[in-house]
Design a binder for this molecule. Structure first.
Ligand SMILES: [Fe+2]
Ligand SMILES: [Fe+2]
Length: 264
């Protein structure tokens, strides 16, 4: 997927605004920009442009214009069923979820294990809710429902993106060099998270998310949630009363995703 550097910088408010951003903020903005271009190309939501009047880190579900150079129309959300499942959220709130579906499809096609496939499927969906530190937010959103290994992998993929690992063919994304310059240094908390994750026994679980991530920005890919339904059934502990109704420590996050128009 090609990134128009000028359009990307314009989407962030111009060169002066970009200079004022932290390098971590820039890195995340790039990933979000790529995901949004992909979602648009997948034909999810298109329409007239809107002006940005919100913080850049707001989740895509809360923004009619997308978080970049918005071209999404205001859209009415379909109501959620009374006991919503993960699949309901994929279909009614995360759709088209093209980026994560491409990641998980790549993991499936390369015969990775089911926990890795699930981690790839879930790794970025929290961007619908909020964008800064999305690895940490994403891990928290899923912690009560997946194995510790899966949520750990989601948490650390955010940091690992910036560090190559030739043993699995993961190179520092050429696109990051182009956009941020060759001297880019991730912020201290990302560096520390990488150092911690690098020597952890589950390192490879997080690393494989980045391996599948890198190749997952093809605007023409045809993907679907269907191949992952059995994996979800085996590895995602769906609460019987529905996500958001289960009184878990993160139930409010699911309710927020279900009802983003709720005023209070
Ligand atoms: Fe990510
Ligand atoms: Fe991703």
């Amino acid at each position: 997927m090609d990134i128009d550097r000028r359009a990307f910088i314009a989407a962030l408010g111009g060169a002066v605004a970009v200079e004022a951003m932290s390098s971590d903020g820039l890195a995340d903005a790039l990933e979000h920009h790529m995901i949004e271009r992909l979602e648009q190309a997948a034909g999810a939501r298109s329409g007239e442009a809107t002006e940005r009047a919100y913080r850049r880190g707001v989740g895509s579900l809360f923004v009619f214009g997308g978080s970049g150079d918005g071209v999404f129309p205001a859209n009415k959300l379909d109501p959620m069923p009374p006991a919503p499942t993960l699949l309901d959220f994929f279909k009614l709130r995360f759709a088209p979820a093209n980026h994560v579906l491409q990641s998980a499809t790549r993991a499936l096609k390369t015969d990775m294990n089911e926990e890795t496939i699930l981690a790839c499927l879930l790794h970025d969906v929290v961007l619908s809710l909020i964008k800064p530190d999305h690895g940490w937010w994403g891990a928290q959103l899923f912690e009560p429902y997946v194995s510790e290994r899966v949520s750990w992998a989601i948490r650390y993929h955010q940091a690992l993106r910036f560090y190559p690992d030739p043993s699995v063919g993961y190179e520092y994304p050429e696109m990051y060099t182009r956009i941020f310059g060759k001297d880019y240094v991730p912020p201290p908390h990302v560096k520390a998270a990488y150092a911690y994750a690098r020597s952890h026994k589950w390192y490879m679980n997080a690393r494989l998310i980045t391996v599948n991530d890198l190749y997952s920005f093809d605007p023409n890919a045809r993907v679907s949630i269907e191949p992952f339904i059995d994996t979800i059934g085996r590895h995602f502990k769906q609460p019987k009363d529905g996500l958001g109704n289960d009184n878990s420590p993160v139930a409010h996050m699911w309710r927020t995703l279900a009802s983003p128009d709720q005023p209070l």
